[in-house]
Write a protein that binds this ligand. Structure first.
Ligand code: PMP
Length: 437
């Protein structure tokens, strides 16, 4: 596959944009280096690059594009918003509509505030939890990624792990020491941390279903135990549902039927992003009324944003949720994901390539190893070179994946059986080539 235009554009981008990319997870550093693909256009499940090559897309822009690219309902909503004026700096009725949709789907959010990214949403939940509890420390789980604010760039999965910098430079030790990291799915470790630091812990923060060192389910009882331990300790529970909200069903991980005992796993604060903006920049956070009343103008915890709640992002979010509310869309994404993962597993097995797949509904991760992946250590202990080889073979056969062994594949409402057939054909050829290498 000829990608000379991408190569030239990458050379040019390197002259002007640091690392040639505007988010490090887009670089190909972890998959052998070289030029990332410069895409020109996307529609439905497909991408076309600057050289005219076509790809089936499973990156879905790291999650937001759950209805496929350029979905007509979302495009129409954005067009209408643009025609009505992009930004007012005043409240609008649209914001109330999306807030009500979120609250209905995620009832633990009594009050909501819109921001512009998942990073902002998470960063603010931490500030609010600290304001409410008057404590300073946060417990997080190794390998979870919560955006790029100072406090959470400690043992961070996703891009930081991909690039080998889970503990970012530039975060002062005085801030890093406010974060306690424990392994995911390990209640004993959480107990030990709370025994040691208890009175200082403002919040325990978690991705309730992990999306940033692959897709990893909480083991039965883990979230229940986490909530109980945190609350017994006077700490708040923050769920980072930036990936998981509206990913598996019309709701979030905290309301997902795959997790039992909903009333025992209710967080105090939830951070959202990605899907709820339908492809435009957005974040949101919300939670219990008393906790949210810490936020200005009601309370002393300050958070603001010129672009927050802008009509285009809000309109795109509403339109996206309207598409997702239709009967059967999640079942169909899951049906395709089952076909795809069963086919991938059979093809890998057939060529003696070690592969563990973690699938939750229409999202899954591929780990090149022979063991289960239930925490960050197990996700790290997988074959990065095999992943890099698989990634490149698939790309050359027109399949676009995230360039990292830690990121998920996402099905969208635009994928079809024909896409799955073509992907499995590419996978069979890729595994065969890898077996011969
Ligand atoms: N939290 C989680 C769970 C995420 O996956 C991400 C982004 N991948 C973020 C927070 C940060 O979101 P954003 O990139 O919109 O700042």
């Amino acid at each position: 596959m000829n990608r000379t235009t991408s190569e030239h554009l990458y050379e040019e981008a390197l002259q002007h944009i640091v690392g040639g990319v505007n988010s490090p997870s887009r670089s190909f550093k972890a998959v052998g280096g070289g030029a990332p693909v410069f895409m020109k256009r996307a529609g439905g499940s497909r991408f076309w690059d600057e050289d005219g090559n076509e790809y089936i897309d499973y990156l879905a822009a790291y999650g937001p594009i759950i209805t496929g690219h350029a979905h007509p309902h979302i495009t129409a909503a954005i067009t209408q918003a643009a025609e009505n004026g992009l930004l007012y700096g005043t409240p609008t009725q649209l914001e109330i509509k999306l807030a009500k949709m979120l609250k209905k789907a995620i009832p633990s959010m009594d009050k909501v505030r819109f921001v512009n990214s998942g990073t902002e949403a998470v960063m603010t939940t931490i500030r609010v939890a600290r304001a409410y509890t008057k404590r300073s420390k946060i417990v997080k789980f190794a390998g979870c990624y919560h955006g790029h604010s100072d406090l959470v760039l400690v043992a961070a999965g996703s891009g930081p792990s991909t690039l080998g910098i889970p503990d970012s430079a530039g975060v002062p030790a005085s801030i890093a020491q406010e974060v306690i990291t424990v392994p995911f799915n390990d209640l004993d470790a959480l107990r030990e941390a709370l025994d040691k630091w208890g009175g200082d812990v403002a919040a325990v923060m978690v991705e309730p279903i992990v999306g940033n060192f692959g897709m990893v389910m909480p083991q039965p009882g883990f979230l229940e135990g986490l909530c109980k331990q945190a609350h017994d300790n006077g700490s708040l529970v923050i769920y980072d549902e930036v990936i998981t909200a509206f990913r598996f069903h019309y709701g979030s991980a905290q309301t997902y039927a795959g997790l039992s005992n909903h009333e025992d796993i209710i967080p105090d604060l939830t951070a959202l992003g990605k899907i709820i903006g339908g492809g435009l920049p957005i974040g949101a956070y919300g939670g219990r009324k008393h906790v949210m009343e810490q936020v200005a103008p009601l309370g002393p915890a300050y958070q603001a944003g010129t672009m927050a709640g802008n009509p285009a992002s809000i309109s795109a979010g509403i339109a996206c949720l309207e598409v997702l509310a239709a009967e059967g869309v999640y079942d169909e994404m899951e049906r395709l994901a089952i076909r795809l993962t069963e086919g991938l597993q059979a093809a890998a097995d057939g060529h003696g390539i070690p592969l563990t797949i973690n699938r939750i509904r229409g999202a899954f991760s591929t780990h090149f190893c022979n063991h289960p992946v239930t925490n960050y250590d197990e996700a790290q202990d997988t074959d990065g070179e095999l992943f890099a080889s698989f990634f490149r073979h698939m790309l050359n056969r027109g399949i676009n994946l995230a360039p990292s062994k830690y990121e998920a594949w996402f099905l969208t409402t635009a994928h079809t059986d024909a896409d799955i057939d073509a992907t499995l054909e590419a996978a069979e050829a890729s595994f065969q080539a890898m077996a011969e290498e």
